[in-house]
Design a binder for this molecule. Structure first.
Ligand code: DER
Length: 238
């Protein structure tokens, strides 16, 4: 099956299992392309099946917010809904311990905030995101959101601490770097593929560097991952 069909299978499987009529009230909506299929399924259940009338959707980016509005779903925010029943989001890579690299779409900061506010965080992805160890599939490195003034010192500190190279993510349709929904820059840290990293330690150490807003390492956060496989099956990882 196609990659899009694989994404759709994963997204729908997660919605079926985690969005329960009469029970699930607040859902976090991730960013990227896979989550679109989850929102489409939610909208089907609301507008075609007449279900989920009181479901509130909390976005993780400008894109997620537009997706919620475009499907006429109830838009929520963390001010009013600081505790979510579940957050559903994509990922760039998920390793055998369910450590995720996220931020390929540049939305990692709000994604991690919303995921951390949810009782359960669920990942949906196609089979190209599934790996034994980080870096096998995703070669663009770990996205790190940084305060613009600090992007060079942070780059140098990460490279000194953990090796590899961190590159400022440049825009394509605009001169200069990408600016995130939060007004920050992104570094993509290409770590040393052969090196054994303790991702929990790396995540904490990078987060502690002054000027780092968030890392794209989601360690110990995913409760369950759904992978749409090439053969049309959905593989769940817990
Ligand atoms: O930026 C992100 O973390 C997104 O969730 C993204 O990486 C997943 O994107 P995809 O669903 O388009 O593969």
């Amino acid at each position: 099956i196609s990659l899009d069909q694989a994404k759709k299978l994963a997204a729908r499987a997660a919605v079926e299992e985690w969005i329960i009529e009469g029970e699930t009230k607040i859902v976090g909506i991730g960013s990227g392309s896979t989550i679109v299929y989850a929102v489409e399924r939610l909208a089907e259940r609301v507008w075609k099946d007449g279900e989920l009338s009181d479901l509130i959707c909390v976005p993780t980016s400008f894109q997620a917010r537009s997706l919620i509005l475009d499907h006429n779903l109830n838009l929520g925010d963390l001010d009013r809904y600081p505790i979510l029943d579940v957050a559903i989001d994509g990922a760039d890579e998920v390793d055998s311990r369910m450590v995720c690299i996220k931020g390929g779409g540049g939305c990692l900061m709000q994604e991690k905030i919303v995921a951390a506010c949810a009782k359960r965080f669920v990942v949906v992805a196609d089979y190209t995101k599934k790996s034994l160890r980080l870096g096998e599939q995703w070669c663009k490195g770990v996205p790190i959101e940084v305060a613009p003034i600090a992007h060079v010192p942070i780059k140098l500190k990460i490279e000194a601490m953990f090796g590899g190279e961190a590159h400022l993510r440049m825009a394509k349709a605009k001169a200069g770097p990408i600016v995130t929904d939060n007004g920050n820059f992104l570094l993509d840290w290409k770590f040393v593929a052969k090196r054994e990293y303790d991702w929990d330690e790396v995540n904490h150490a990078i987060k502690m560097i002054p000027g780092v807003m968030e890392t794209g390492l989601f360690v110990g956060m995913a409760h369950k991952c759904y992978f749409g496989m090439a053969d049309g099956n959905v593989k769940a990882q817990v």
